[in-house]
Design a protein around this ligand. Sequence first.
Ligand code: ADP
Length: 645
Amino acid sequence: MAKEQRSFQTETKKLLDLMIHSIYTNKEIFLRELVSNASDAIDKLKFKSLTENSLLKEDEELGLFIKADIEAKTLTISDNGIGMTREEVVENLGTIAKSGTENFIKSLENVENKENMDMELIGQFGVGFYSAFMVADKVTVVTKSSDSDKGIIWESTGDGTYTIEEIEKADRGTSITLHLKEKTEGDETFEDYTSEYILKNLITKYSNFVRYPVKMEVEKTEYPKKEDGSPDYEAEPTKSKEIETINAMKPIWLKNKNEVKDEEYNDFYKQTFHDWTDPLDVIHSKAEGTVEFTTLLFIPKKAPFDFNTPGFKKGIKLYSKNVFIKDKCEDLLPDYFKFVKGLVDSSDFSLNISREILQKTTQLKVIAKNIEKKVHDSLKYILNSERATYIEFWNEFGKILKNGIYADYGAKDKIADLLIFESSKTKDGEFVTLKEYVDRMEEGQEKIYFAVGNSKATIENSPQMEYFRDKDYEVLYFLDRIDEFITTNLSEFDGKKIQSISKGDVESSTTEEEKKEIKEKQESEKEILEAMKTILGESVKEVRFTNRLKTSPVCIVSGEGSVSLNMEKVLKDYDAFVPKAEKILEINPEHKLYTKIKELYNEDKESQKFKNYTNMLLDQALLMEGLTPANPTEFVNRLTELMVN
Ligand code: ADP
């Protein structure tokens, strides 16, 4: 049959036009597309050979070959896969059969900002054969099907037409030759696609786990050896060409879990995710159902150096049948698991754009949900069965989980069971979960209590702790600045309210009698308390008696509905808008200091001494909370006066 010139189908023309004129920057993906087409062609041949034994010669190695010609500025990708007949060439390379692609092009025509929006999508999910026209101004396909004696040569400059002609070809398979575009101003150097170094990089980046060997001729430089056997770099080297397999081929995630040794997982993790340390945990699983996919996830031991910088990007790698699609798919990980590294491979992520657009969102959602559950369950398992390992994890990433609960309202239902805290009942280095806390609550205790402080010692010495020590109630220690903020979303656990020991009214746990007693006392000495409030003015909301103190004279608590003193402190440091914490001065009526104040009041309620003592009482309480007295100079003056008299 003679050489024939034909036109592309209208849709194909449009797609080609897009490829050629788009300013899409990620042009290098053309190689991934062509390599994966070739690998598919070998798959098809293998499948066919199951019923046609004669198709494959004995010992025939199936694979791909990449050849660059620097002089001619061409790049050829060959395979010994199934090949194409004349009809198949016309059908596959001249038309776009998939209606989805048509829809894609239509949707693209209606979009204003084509380059930015949809090009991103193309880059992620592939465009197949036509992507060759992003880097080549002419593409030549030479192919021979396993079903025919003749070969076919197809050629196009992407201008709307192509030529097709029958030729003699000895071997089955397909060779695609790209006549690379000249470098243009501000664009990539397409000649670079003949560089051995660049090609090697692209193959290992995108096609490292393609099942068949991707071979390439590489230049080897060898230096003559010195007498001691070491290479002599001074001498003239000999250069030779060698064929090398560039890709690693074996994706460990497609192996069976019990076939993979721990070491293999660890090595793979360290190589792929550039870490020096073995991971803390490996999660390898296959999901079957509406969406089929394999996940291989790692929980690192150590956070990467840039973890807490804005430059850090979370995400999971995406593969489709061993072929790399995207490095960091953010949608697959919630922020509170942003430390997780890993990949997901799904044959449902077709490299073909058309199907992708239709299915992308629902598929990703299913996978994201699965990943979240797997990570959660795995952490929960470690928490329950390997506490020391979990504490190691917690020290590195606990803040991320806590931050998650604060920043994401829904997170509390998903990860509150992963939180651990030190407490008044844990020994050094031990932690308690909220569940364990609830399970060992004392009889009559209704709430989960926490105390905020910089260190265990500060909390243990704080006056507010006295009441709880006396009752033998466990108190969680919130030692991180962020800890208390989680309670803005996580206000209860297991039906138990979570409450600060220095907020509002703890006496909900005291008996009715105790409550009555303190109320009566307060009523009878109302005038003194009111006089004190007048002296302190706006610095406090209320002055009242408490029975939460046993040996201390005084403490400060914040109002039930207001932000706490600690939160006020933290927010101040961040220069955030600071809602004022309502301060309530609580006095232990049984303490000698109060008896003294009462005396002073009774002697002369207008005296400077009564005023000084009242102010000192507030300053003392502030100091115990780690706050500074409202006026440090006055505080020192009053103290001096007290000391000299
Ligand atoms: P897709 O790969 O998504 O189907 P492409 O545009 O990349 O779309 O390719 C169109 C078709 O051309 C393929 O489905 C395949 O049938 C055929 N084809 C492409 N490359 C090869 C190849 N190297 N060997 C055999 N057939 C090929």
